[in-house]
Design a protein around this ligand. Sequence first.
Ligand SMILES: O=C(O)C1=C[C@@H](OP(=O)(O)O)[C@@H](O)[C@H](O)C1
Ligand SMILES: C=C(OP(=O)(O)O)C(=O)O
Length: 420
Amino acid sequence: MQYIIYPPEKLNATITLPASKSISNRALIIHALAGGGPMPENLSDCDDTEVIVKALNEMPEVIDIKAAGTAMRFMTAFLAVTPGVHTITGTERMLHRPIGVLVDALRYIGAEIEYAGEEGYPPLRITGKRLDGGPLVIAGNVSSQYISALLMIGPVLRGGLELRLTGEIISRPYIDLTLWLMNAYGAEAEWNDIDTITVKPKPYTGRRWLIENDWSAASYWYEMMALSNNRDDELALAGLADGSMQGDSSARYIFSLLGVKTTFDCTEQGLPTTIRLRHTGHRLPRLEYDFVNSPDMAQTFVACCAAMDIKFRFTGLQTLKIKETDRIEALKTEMRKLGYVLHDVEGRELTWKGERCEAQTHPAIDTYDDHRMAMAFAPLAMRHPGLRINNPEVVSKSYPHFWDDLRRAGYTVEEAGQEA
Ligand SMILES: O=C(O)C1=C[C@@H](OP(=O)(O)O)[C@@H](O)[C@H](O)C1
Ligand SMILES: C=C(OP(=O)(O)O)C(=O)O
């Protein structure tokens, strides 16, 4: 399928974002390890959360986690401490996303895990049992999801866990998000040095939990506001908190540099509320930013800055090549279709110095099974009316109603071949 997108004349809408998939997936694992208590409320309805819900409800012998990285990593640790024998597998891409660092760490504390395919990658055959835990050294520079996965099982290990992370720690806010939720569910887990985390063998307790909406999803609406030319446009996004623990809430700050102002309807820290996005008209001519703490927003800012003619140098992108696709390559290829020539430095940095090439007359953006390619590029229809997005259904990985929300905001989103 292919969508053709035309922007509205004015942006003025209230959008209810999906719930955070990162919080949903953590809350589900912790709730299961707590052995009961109320279900977390406002769970995301995205694919990546639905696979965990299904796996935990049915616990089949073969668990297909599809394209969900967090679900693959979190369920691997969960299955290692849960009695039973399971094979966990996923999409073709998932079978090429590394998991060796997590498997080695789990084996070190006694887990029984075999590779059912290629060494270092899913599928895995896991025989669950009670594990001892204890001190553990793990690379902090590949994926924070391995660390979150280990931390979450920490409270049910006989000796708890003492993790020391080596290398440059990437995606640190996601580790903090994990610790925050664990502690909220009664665990005792904390940083006790810049690179060391201790989890006590103190069990979780069930509790009510309302999941905040997704700041990464909000970033696409910020992008639309940044790209809009009407000073009186306003977007209201429901269900986001001031002082959010989601790392991508930094969107609020970074987009202030691109002329988008955020106000919160309720200013009580931590409580989900409606935020309003408006223009300030003040923007930087060039942006330099390190995305090591918010890798999921790199695509949003690459697309947005180039389209606003803001030159950039973005660093901290070293994890992008092992996500849903090699996002560095995907960005370079697809931005070229729109006339922007980007350069990367060893897969860690992306720069745009204003270099251009001839844009295609009817560009069609490939999405590479990556929801964020579709959602980061769709707002560019505001500069390239009639922009085409291939395989738009990929958005269901984190934001199933993204296209409905665009229509609600006044965009025309037509299926190619069925244009009005
Ligand atoms: O823990 C999480 O919820 C996530 C951690 C990040 O992954 P990495 O730690 O692999 O960068 C992020 O990219 C992903 O979308 C969600
Ligand atoms: C990287 C992502 O997801 P995951 O690693 O959980 O598949 C993402 O949502 O951008």
